[in-house]
Design a protein. Structure first.
Length: 127
């Protein structure tokens, strides 16, 4: 299934909902939409993964890059509601404990409201 991206701005937060496959085919479009957000100062970004059917290593790389770029810009990022398949990919990648991942959109938004940053770690996330 092709990647569909819906993006909205609420207050100072960008909420991006992904649907379909986050893979090599959808990567250019996703990168293009993320680029201006990741270039801004102090970005606050929520990526909703509830509609993602499949994620390959390209998708994991985009997620990790977004996470690292937001942190570099002193922003906040949260991911929410991964499907079981995506949850498994993140688990296999070793990212479940590194990414700010929430079971609900509401919990992720609350975390962004309080300017939550990723769990303490000694190095950047890597895929």
């Amino acid at each position: 299934m092709n990647l569909q991206i819906q993006s909205e701005t609420v207050d100072d937060k960008t909420i991006m909902s992904l649907r379909g496959d986050v893979d090599l085919g959808g990567a250019p479009e996703l990168r293009a939409i993320l680029s201006p957000i990741l270039e801004s100062d102090n970005p606050r970004l929520l990526i909703d993964l509830s509609g993602v059917n499949f994620m390959d290593s390209t998708g994991v790389g985009i997620i990790v890059n977004a996470f690292n770029r937001v942190r570099e810009k002193q922003g906040a990022i949260a991911f929410c509601t991964p499907t079981p398949r995506v949850h498994r990919v993140l688990q296999i990648s070793g990212l479940l404990t590194k990414l700010p991942l929430y079971e609900t959109r509401e919990a992720a938004l609350t975390a962004l409201e309080s300017s939550f940053h990723a769990p303490p770690q000694t190095s950047e996330a890597t895929a």
